[in-house]
Every structure is written in structure tokens, then in C-alpha cells.
Design a protein around this ligand. Structure first.
Ligand SMILES: [Fe+2]
Length: 476
């Protein structure tokens, strides 16, 4: 289990700079896009996806995670689609533009090679309190993005009440307007939980006592609990380590539950099998049970002393590989008993649910089916799970076509959890063309009802959202 992931300065992440992943240089707007099939008229809003897109040739230690944030969007109104893409104009990107080159080094660079930890805002997007916020996986201050233009408004620090970073992925309870988020770092407190209210302020920040710095990426909320993790993927604090060197340490995983009703109460920790997990699908309360679903990896692979990839599975950032499978943890909060199991043997990532059901019992989930034969992390299709029996339906992409996270968009006036569409970009790696696929979630296995032809290749991205037009636009 214990695996030292990184010992030498070898990886470049350049696998994620060419071909399918090559960054796009320009910003475009294209209306009335051609469509194979028929765009639903019960969708009225905009699909936005965040992704890394280096504006300049990256410096040392570049990782896929380091590229400048770029948002690609498809707005669907009255059965017509409009594409836009735009850089997130972060302070770091402005420094680079002024210099005419990349002035930061990547997260895999060793010390002394240049400026580190550029807040690229490239990871997730979330609508909260009337704003679209772009979040960065390391934390930092969110950037507000205007819709539908994708123009960067600037940083948004919750009227000065955000005193720590806000890490992707924040979790919004749509019933209360509360958005929970984590902050993490290499100094104490290694982890904290914050609560933002939809009037634009941070209501609470609670420190979580961890034995050391951990790589934190996701969290969960149910009706009763905020869920945080103490997984054995530590930040490498050696002086000669890269900015974000990771190392697996031989210890169990712990799942921590905070009471949403009393955040001052001590965190209750529950021990689980060693693992790591980048992304949660969902969590919910089931009587005394707290149920957590996510894509869990048993171990992280490494590179050998020569810097060669030892495994035959996709690398995530140029040097780390995580083989993830949909996994269920069930924690009995009365007895402390933890039961867990892989619920499928399909390689998976980027799980999602209908965000309107966040913190409630959820019955349907979606994820990307990872191509285990590809040299980089990419999906060969998407899947829908019935979360009551874990039965699965697949939509596979054509040969040489790849995609990423499936995002759920409710139909206008929807009353059922799965009454909506799955939206995801699909890119043909040979032709260099991209489409937006629109799949009816209630007739998932039938495949997309519409394939929107985009005016350019969209590189593989991280996370996306559907924002209803009623939130950002005048009626048209
Ligand atoms: Fe993520």
C-alpha cells in the first residue's frame, strides 16, 4: 500500500499539452450552432465547464492541473445553441501577460526554479448567491465570472469575510442556500471547513485537527453532516520536494463527520480501508447511517527511478495515476460501524448527481467511464447508475473520441430527480473536432438526443455546471 510516488524531478506533464489536450489560444463566440438531432426546448440556460489551458508555454514542473483557467460554454435557449470560451483573467495570468511568458513554475517543480502556487481558478465552477465562482483545487480566492459573456469580474472574497482559501469542490445545499467548503494547506490548521451564506458572507470557519498535511480535494454534505477526509495522501514537506509533492503514507483512511446543527461539536472520525479519493458522487442520511458514494482508488501508482511510468494505466498529471472505482461507505453513526464496498469494477472518474438534490437522498448518479488503455486520463463514455441497486447504463463514444465529466441539467419545470439531460463535451482526437452531447437522463441508454457541433476543439476539462437562464439573463 505504501507507495512513495515521487523521488526525482522527472515528470513534465507535457502529455497534457499536445493533441487532444493542446491548449487553444483564442476566445470565440459562435451562435446558431449546427446540431445532429434536435436540441430540447425545455432547456433554458448555459453549460459552463472549467479547464486548464496554459496561455504561455509552461515552465518547469508543469502538471495538467496547472494550466490557466479557461471556461468553455454552450448556451441553450429556445432550441438554439451558442458557444463561447474565455480565459479566466487571474492575477497570475495578468503577470504572465505583462511579461509575455509563463512566470510561474508548475506544481511539480522543485524549489528555487521560480514562483509557485499560481491561483489559476481552473478547477470548478459553482453558482452561489447570484454569482458564478471559479474555484481552484489548491484553494485561494474565487474569481467571479459574468454570464453569459464569461468575462472575469474579479476576485470575490465574500466582502472580506473569506480569510482562507476556498478549495474546489464546494457543496451547496439548495434548500438552505448554505455553501460548505474546505481550505487546506501545509501549515496548521491543515484543514478547515467554512460555510458561506447566499447573502455573500462567510458565516463560520471551523478548524479540523489533522495529524499532518493531507492532499484534500473534495468533501460531502448530507442533511445532517459535513463530511471531510483524512486520507493517507500526504503533502511532501521535504525541503527539496516539489511544490506539491505527494506521498502515500501507510495508515488507514478516516472519514470525519461534523454536525451541521453544531459545527462546534468535535469531529467524529470513522476508520476505513486505506485509499484515496479525488471526487465524491454524493452523500445522504439513511436513518442512523451516513452513506457516502465516490470514486475510490486503492493506491496511487508511481514513476520509477528513471522517471518512467511503471503502470499501464492513465496518468493524471504526468506522474500520478489513480485507478478509481465507484465505492460505497455506510457509516452507522449510532454504533460507529463502517461497511464499505466497490459497487462496480468499471474504471471511473468525475461522478455527479442532480445538484438540486444535494444533501438529500439521491437515487441516480452519473460518471465518466475511464479508458484504462489510454496513456492519459480520459473517458470512453459516460454511465448512469441507479443508486438503489447500482445497475448501470452506458453511453459510449465513437472510436478515438473522448470526454469527461457528465453534468446534469434539469428540464424546465422538472419535478423528478432524473428529469433532465446529461451534458458533456466529446472530442474526436483524430479530427480535432468537438461536440456537446445532450442525453435524456430518463432514456439514457438511447444515447444523445442532440450532438451540437462546436466551432472548435474543446480540450478535456475538469468540472462543469448548468446554470438556468432565470438566474443570469433577462427573459427572451
Ligand atoms: Fe476535481
Amino acid at each position: 500500500m505504501a507507495t512513495i510516488i515521487r523521488e526525482t524531478e522527472v515528470a513534465t506533464g507535457r502529455e497534457y499539452l499536445s493533441g487532444l489536450y493542446a491548449p487553444v489560444p483564442d476566445e470565440r463566440v459562435a451562435a446558431d450552432l449546427p446540431v445532429d438531432g434536435r436540441l430540447p426546448t425545455d432547456l433554458d440556460g448555459i453549460f459552463v465547464q472549467n479547464m486548464p489551458n496554459p496561455a504561455f508555454d509552461p515552465g518547469a514542473g508543469h502538471s495538467w492541473f496547472d494550466g490557466d483557467g479557461m471556461v468553455h460554454s454552450v448556451e441553450i435557449r429556445n432550441g438554439r445553441a451558442t458557444y463561447r470560451n474565455r480565459f479566466i483573467e487571474t492575477a497570475g495570468l495578468k503577470e504572465d501577460r505583462a511579461a509575455g511568458r509563463a512566470t510561474y513554475v508548475g506544481s511539480l517543480a522543485l524549489p528555487g526554479l521560480g514562483k509557485r502556487h499560481k491561483n489559476t481558478a481552473n478547477t470548478d465552477l459553482i453558482w452561489h448567491g447570484g454569482r458564478l465562482l471559479a474555484l481552484w483545487w489548491e484553494g485561494g480566492v474565487p474569481y467571479e465570472i459574468s454570464l453569459p459573456s464569461l468575462e472575469t469580474v474579479g476576485t470575490f472574497d465574500y466582502a472580506g469575510t473569506l480569510d482562507r482559501g476556498m478549495t474546489s469542490h464546494a457543496k451547496l445545499d439548495p434548500n438552505t442556500g448554505e455553501m460548505y467548503f474546505i481550505s487546506w494547506g501545509t501549515k496548521r490548521p491543515y484543514l478547515s471547513v467554512g460555510v458561506a451564506t447566499d447573502d455573500g458572507r462567510i458565516a463560520r470557519t471551523v478548524d479540523i485537527d489533522l495529524p499532518g498535511p493531507r492532499v484534500q480535494h473534495d468533501m460531502a454534505i448530507s442533511g445532517k453532516y459535513v463530511c471531510v477526509f483524512d486520507f493517507p495522501l500526504a503533502v511532501d514537506l521535504r525541503e527539496d520536494a516539489p511544490a506539491l509533492g505527494f506521498k502515500m503514507t501507510p495508515m488507514p483512511s478516516r472519514i470525519g463527520l461534523l454536525s451541521r446543527a453544531d459545527l462546534d461539536a468535535p469531529v467524529r472520525w470513522f476508520e476505513a480501508e486505506p485509499c484515496y479519493m479525488w471526487h465524491v458522487m454524493c452523500a445522504y442520511d439513511d436513518g442512523d447511517d451516513f452513506v457516502l458514494l465516490g470514486v475510490r482508488t486503492h493506491e496511487a501508482t508511481d514513476v520509477d527511478a528513471e522517471g518512467k511510468h511503471r503502470g499501464d494505466r492513465p496518468l493524471v498529471d504526468g506522474e500520478h495515476r489513480f485507478d478509481s472505482y465507484l465505492h460505497e461507505w455506510r457509516i452507522n453513526t449510532a454504533t460507529g460501524a463502517v461497511t464499505e464496498r466497490d459497487v462496480d469494477d468499471a474504471l471511473a472518474e468525475f461522478p455527479r448527481v442532480n445538484d438540486r438534490y444535494m444533501a438529500r437522498r439521491q437515487h441516480v448518479g452519473y460518471l465518466a467511464l475511464v479508458d484504462g488503455d489510454a496513456p492519459t486520463l480520459r473517458a470512453k463514455g459516460i454511465a448512469r447508475y441507479d443508486l438503489d441497486d447500482y445497475s448501470r447504463q452506458d453511453v459510449l463514444f465513437p472510436e478515438a473520441c473522448y470526454g469527461y465529466e457528465p453534468c446534469f441539467a434539469p428540464k424546465m419545470g422538472a419535478t423528478d430527480e432524473d428529469e433532465g439531460y446529461i451534458l458533456n463535451f466529446v472530442t474526436d482526437s483524430e479530427r480535432g473536432t468537438s461536440e456537446l452531447w445532450v442525453t435524456d437522463a430518463q432514456h439514457f441508454a438511447q444515447g444523445p438526443v442532440a450532438r451540437v457541433k462546436l466551432p472548435r476543439r474543446v480540450p478535456p476539462g475538469f468540472h462543469g455546471r448548468w446554470i438556468e437562464a432565470s438566474k443570469y439573463a433577462e427573459k427572451c
